[in-house]
Design a protein around this ligand. Structure first.
Ligand code: GLN
Length: 574
């Protein structure tokens, strides 16, 4: 008999941005540690179909899944905590739910019925939840937004209906709230939490657990207040004060035995003893590293009102942190505006104060010349350089211009040029003409064949990632809809998988010229139509000069760092 997946529903009260995602991921991490097969699902109540067209400065960076989904960042948090690949079906939006219903109605699938909010909307939500949680013991569902928002009502309604269908023993509710301490009174206030409990109650849901986020830990008086108000045992009111690193949250929640309490609520017993020792060791390294390196991320920054959102590079931040934890090196990350190098000649020299330079992904011409200057600086001064996606493309442009005498080399993304070293390949142009805008990107995981003995190859081998990815290939081969991601592999044994999100590629016409002048292409993807797409570059004589067309920052986890970030941070520390 296939046993039923049990659900944990996480909703947020009071306000957004209190760390619902990391708490959800932490709970999932703990339950996984008790031997359960756990997955996490994010519900985004907005009407967008996915996060592909959202402004990154407003919503944070777009997360890319193996199967090519462009998703909200929370899915990234889950992967970073759980060290599993989470597919795009684990993100459900209002747009998807209505999209399916309307499509079915047009196809006459409802046979003369009136299609209505109830039951059709909750039914479609439940169908998607069941589909995403298939083959797991426990699915933890994070409902985006805040209790009281109009747009999350259908989802809460669906959860209540799920509870009725499955029985209360199979569904547990967690409310995460925030307790402000207004500076003029310096007292922690429980009122907004009381109101959140009441608002949640209007949907028929009574939380089984309340997690209290605040600057400080909850005291007895306030805990009691919440306990009485919500009518739940005080052991189910959990304090979650601000911490230095989000990775200590599973450890803090475990001190309160939250995992065991949730299992008990779901009528489950631990399948094995929880061992977070390795996790603890990594967290203590993040908190107290032996030494530290200073890294400049040279990117494009946009201010939103009076605030500068660095969240648009969150995965890169995390990847550097994971690499640092593995190496026992602290990473001191600085955001450097690429445009600042364009107006002043001297400014670029400020980069000498950094141990390494990262150029992240990006689109369009803004800041490009500044980034190219920074890349030239790293190359000439033997400073560790890591180029991610646009960071590889711009490194190629820099090399073409300054080492291969193609002074006007550029990407056709920024206009016409005599040396289009980065271009849209003809077969891709066809694709673009045929399909809509979204369909023109290379999205999701693609296989790359690595050049044996190259620096990139060494790093994938050293970190165990090569072995791990070779195993994943087998699974991918069997998946009809995803197998195209492998391309032509032959009998090659040096294959890795990284995620992509870009339109342009290295122009094959210039590859041999660049190679002649010393640039090494250390990996490629061979498409089924025999087009060779360049995936990695490196400079063998440089301390560390590596670029990748992929976004390896989407495959970095605490305890399983991304090979290129690992190599980069290591080189920075030398
Ligand atoms: N703008 C480049 C492209 O579309 C790079 C994209 C990126 O860095 N994600 O190919």
């Amino acid at each position: 008999m296939v046993s039923m997946t049990k659900f944990i529903v996480v909703a947020g009260g009071v306000m957004s941005g209190v760390g619902k995602g990391v708490t959800t991921a932490s709970i999932a991490r703990i339950l996984m540690g008790y031997g359960y097969k756990v997955t996490a699902i994010k519900i985004d109540p907005y009407i967008n179909y996915d996060a592909g067209t959202l402004r990154p400065t407003e919503h944070g960076e777009v997360w890319v899944t193996d199967d090519g989904g462009e998703i909200d960042q929370d899915l990234g948090t889950y992967e970073r905590f759980l060290d599993v690949d989470i597919p795009k079906k684990n993100n459900i939006t209002t747009g998807q739910v209505y999209g399916t219903i309307i499509e079915k109605e047009r196809k006459g699938k409802y046979l003369g019925q009136t299609v209505q909010f109830i039951p059709h909307v909750p039914d479609e939500i439940k169908r998607r939840l069941k589909e995403a949680s298939k083959n797991h013991d426990i699915a933890i569902i994070e409902i985006g937004g805040t209790i009281g928002d109009y747009e999350n009502i259908p989802f809460l309604f669906a959860m209540k209906s799920m509870e009725r269908e499955m029985g209360k023993d199979n569904v547990t509710y967690v409310l995460i709230t925030y307790l402000p301490i207004p500076s003029h009174i310096e007292e922690m206030k429980t009122k907004p939490t009381q109101q959140a409990i009441r608002l949640l109650g209007e949907t028929g849901i009574i939380p089984d657990f309340i997690i209290c986020r605040a600057k400080r830990a909850l005291d007895k008086v306030r805990k009691q207040k919440i306990e009485t108000y919500a009518n739940i045992p005080s052991t189910h009111v959990i304090s979650e004060p601000d911490i230095e690193t989000v990775y200590s949250i599973p450890l803090d929640l475990e001190k309160e035995k939250l995992g065991l309490k949730i299992l008990e609520e779901l009528k489950l017993k631990p399948k094995k003893a929880l061992n977070l020792d390795e996790w603890k060791r990594l967290v203590s390294r993040i908190e107290n590293p032996k030494k530290s390196v200073k890294i400049a991320i040279v990117g494009k920054y946009v201010d939103i009102g009076d605030y500068n959102l660095t969240d648009s590079y969150v995965s890169i931040n995390q990847s550097l942190l994971h690499a640092g934890a593995a190496l026992n090196v602290g990473v001191d990350i600085h955001w450097v505006d690429a445009k600042s190098f364009e107006n002043s000649k001297e400014k670029i020299n400020e980069l000498k104060d950094y141990d390494g330079i990262v150029v992240p992904g990006g689109f369009g011409a803004s800041g490009v010349e500044g980034k190219i200057k920074a890349i030239n600086f790293s190359r000439m001064r033997n400073k560790p350089y890591l180029g991610l996606c646009y960071g590889l493309q711009l490194a190629i442009i820099e090399y073409a211009r300054n080492a291969c005498k193609m002074e006007t080399a550029n990407t056709t993304e920024n206009g016409k040029t005599k040396f289009p070293v980065i271009d849209i390949l003809p077969t891709q142009k066809e694709l673009m003409e045929k399909s809509d805008y979204g369909g023109t990107m290379r999205l999701g995981a693609y296989a790359a064949v690595l050049k044996e003995k190259s620096k990139v190859w060494e790093l994938y081998k050293e970190t165990g990632r090569l072995k791990e990815d070779m195993e994943k290939l087998e699974k991918l081969k069997k998946d009809k809809n995803q197998a195209f991601r492998l391309g032509i592999l032959g009998k090659n044994k040096n294959i890795v998988l990284e995620r992509h999100r870009h339109r342009y590629e290295v122009n094959p016409e210039f590859v041999s010229e660049l190679e002649k002048k010393g640039l090494v292409f250390s990996g490629y993807h061979l498409r089924e139509d025999n087009t060779k797409l360049m995936e990695y570059i490196e400079l063998p004589k440089h301390k560390f000069f590596v670029g990748t067309q992929a976004h390896p920052e989407f495959k970095s986890r605490l305890g399983n760092p991304s090979p290129l970030f690992y190599g980069f941070v290591k080189a920075c520390g030398k």
